[in-house]
Write a protein that binds this ligand. Structure first.
Ligand SMILES: NC(=O)c1ccc[n+]([C@@H]2O[C@H](COP(=O)([O-])OP(=O)(O)OC[C@H]3O[C@@H](n4cnc5c(N)ncnc54)[C@H](O)[C@@H]3O)[C@@H](O)[C@H]2O)c1
Length: 264
């Protein structure tokens, strides 16, 4: 789907990758952008910036774990922009915890990193199917294809996010719905800086180059135009995925050595 002329919702749009995607969508000629985030002030600030550049933009405080709030967000965009073309379901959280993460953190990770994509799809699909076109971008992570050393809830829920994106693409692709799963490694954002407090951040920085949110956002716009499902701003992730599939024991042994070496 071409971004030019499209209407877009971006969750987690107040900062980092989400804010960069909102800006990239506006720069690529989107006709309207709704920026949603738990941080309503931050979402409004990004929307104001887009509006100042002449884009129809709305900022909203939305907790993506709340299905009613997500439905209201989609309804607002549909009526403000006369239909919703692209949902960028991007909000996500890390924990920096292992198997002993409090159950509340496992649960919250599931709600934000997985169920939020489900809520967005349930809300936006009917309108898209009526019109016979629409696109979802789910910000997953390389952790959803490989693993995130030092963060068990993040790894597990990002795998589930990739699985849901695949399911959605397979089930609705024939009815005009495009799905993209964004799976970056390190990106210089608040989430990574928080992960820097523990092993997870060190593991990400050791794994390869850390990209800017803008570089990732440009790849998202290009992937929408190309109709690409798997969006890998770090191309080496595809190689690691091949290594995991063809020699899983070797792949796990290599990551075990990395995890051991990162222990403080
Ligand atoms: N930074 C990285 O290295 C990296 C790598 C791979 C994937 N990701 C993913 O990218 C996405 C964006 O993260 P980021 O790196 O830009 O971090 P970020 O912390 O800069 O942005 C995340 C945004 O999501 C918002 N948010 C969190 N919980 C929310 C909720 N329940 N409802 C609405 N908004 C909520 C936050 O307020 C924040 O503005 C996440 O899904 C993250 O898992 C990040």
């Amino acid at each position: 789907m071409e971004v030019e002329g499209a209407s877009v919702v971006v969750t987690g749009g107040a900062s980092g990758i989400g804010a960069a995607i909102a800006r990239a969508m506006a720069a690529a000629g989107a006709r309207g952008v709704l920026v949603a985030d738990l941080d309503g002030g931050g979402a409004t600030a990004v929307a104001d910036e887009l509006a100042a550049a002449g884009i129809e933009a709305i900022g909203r405080a939305v907790d993506v774990a709340d299905p009613e709030a997500v439905t209201a967000m989609v309804t607002t965009a549909e009526s403000a922009f006369d239909g919703l073309d692209i949902v960028v379901s991007n909000a996500g959280i890390g924990t920096g915890e292992g198997v002993d993460a409090p159950l509340e953190q496992w649960q919250r990770s599931y709600e934000v990193n997985v169920l939020a994509h489900v809520h967005a799809a349930r809300a936006a699909l009917p309108g898209m199917l009526d019109r016979g076109s629409g696109a979802f971008v789910h910000t997953c992570s390389a952790a959803g294809l490989l693993t995130m050393i030092g963060d068990a809830p993040y790894t597990v829920t990002k795998h589930a996010a990739v699985a849901f994106a695949e399911w959605l693409a397979i089930t609705y692709g024939g009815r005009g719905i495009q799905v993209a799963a964004l799976c970056p490694q390190g990106v210089e954002t608040a989430l990574l800086r928080e992960a820097d407090q523990g092993i997870a951040g060190r593991a990400v920085r050791a794994a390869g180059p850390v990209l800017t949110p803008g570089e990732v956002a440009d790849d998202v716009v290009a992937a929408l135009g190309d109709g690409r499902f798997l969006v890998l701003p770090h191309p080496e992730v595809a190689e690691h995925l091949r290594g995991k599939a063809t020699a899983p024991d070797r792949w796990i042994a290599a990551l075990q050595r990395t995890a051991d070496a990162l222990q403080p």
